[in-house]
Design a protein around this ligand. Structure first.
Ligand SMILES: NC(=O)c1ccc[n+]([C@@H]2O[C@H](COP(=O)([O-])OP(=O)(O)OC[C@H]3O[C@@H](n4cnc5c(N)ncnc54)[C@H](OP(=O)(O)O)[C@@H]3O)[C@@H](O)[C@H]2O)c1
Length: 280
């Protein structure tokens, strides 16, 4: 069985990768803090720790899903350096190991949307700039950069969780009508990644949902699937001070054409998620 090192294994993306790939590969799971689920504590911003990790393990490939998220980077810009140094140190200390690095739609300014891999980047935020800087360490002949967006599945800690917790208690929510993205159902991302690994592809790829929706529209779709009262969702415009790109939707046709994939709609993904929830 091949061995795969997953960074960020305790995080939202990383724990979904662990769940999906644990039956196919021997996993080395890494996070900043050790935990009871067999996770090794390695500070990826610390050179001695990464060098140590590479002396002790020789994985067939790395899924690099560790990172500091948008809000935390804006609040504490020093933290954003982790996003850059982790990529620098992993590529340096695992020179012959293929890395699949997870980047973001926030490397675009969101003025246009529907971005392909050849569109110019222009990040607006500290987070976006740190992820773009991290991308520069990857030799695209060998590694894979995967730009994804708005990941969702059960137990999502962000917007979806807010929608669930408010609407299930019949409390109103406000959602932006003018902030668009391509929400990505995590099991579809994992399956696509699985096919990419199988095929051995390298390069830069967008992997995101096939529909561009505003947060308001997304909340409505959730309400419809889970039979919550849609009237509780109030559409508002994002304030001037809102830093994130307004339309960071990604065009993922490069990978979908290559693998001949047809991703289902957001409604179908939510229905699948709902069925999974009901069977838990
Ligand atoms: N969530 C999304 O919708 C989304 C969309 C696009 C791209 N991404 C990218 O995916 C990555 C993961 O996102 P996420 O939502 O899974 O974030 P998350 O839930 O906050 O998880 C972050 C993970 O990174 C680890 N980590 C943080 N600092 C570290 C350090 N210095 N050394 C080692 N590990 C460290 C954390 O470990 P501890 O828990 O031990 O601190 C945790 O396992 C990010 O880089 C983000 O850019 C996410």
């Amino acid at each position: 069985m091949k061995t795969v090192l997953i960074t960020g294994a305790s995080g939202y993306l990383g724990s979904n990768l662990v769940e999906y790939f644990s039956s196919r590969y021997d996993l080395i799971k890494v996070a900043r803090k050790k935990n009871e689920k067999g996770i090794l504590a390695v500070d990826l911003a610390n050179e001695a720790s990464v060098a140590d990790l590479s002396r002790q393990h020789n994985p067939d490939f790395i899924l690099h899903a560790a990172g500091i998220k948008a809000q935390a980077c804006e609040k504490n810009p020093e933290l954003a350096r982790v996003n850059v140094s982790a990529s620098e140190l992993l590529t340096m200390h695992f020179p012959s190991t293929k890395i699949y690095f997870f980047s973001t739609d926030f490397i675009f300014d969101g003025k246009r949307g529907d971005y392909t891999e050849i569109d110019p980047s222009n990040p607006l935020t500290i987070y976006g700039r740190s992820k773009l800087a991290a991308e520069s360490f990857y030799d695209l002949e060998r590694h894979c950069i995967i730009r994804t967006a708005g990941l969702f599945n059960l137990n999502q800690p962000g917007f979806l969780n807010y929608v669930f917790s408010q609407l299930s208690q019949e409390k109103p929510i406000e959602a932006f009508t003018d902030v668009y993205s391509t929400p990505t159902y995590l099991p579809y991302l994992c399956k696509t990644l699985d096919d990419m690994i199988e095929l051995g592809v390298a390069g830069l790829f967008h992997i995101a949902g096939s529909e561009r929706v505003s947060r308001f529209e997304f909340a409505k779709l959730v309400a419809r699937e889970f039979s919550y009262d849609e009237n509780l969702i109030h559409g508002i415009e994002a304030p001037e001070s809102f830093l994130n790109p307004r339309d960071s939707s990604l065009d993922s046709s490069k990978i979908k054409d290559l693998l001949n994939l047809k991703w289902k709609s957001i409604s179908s993904a939510l229905e699948e998620m709902h069925n999974k929830k009901s069977s838990l």
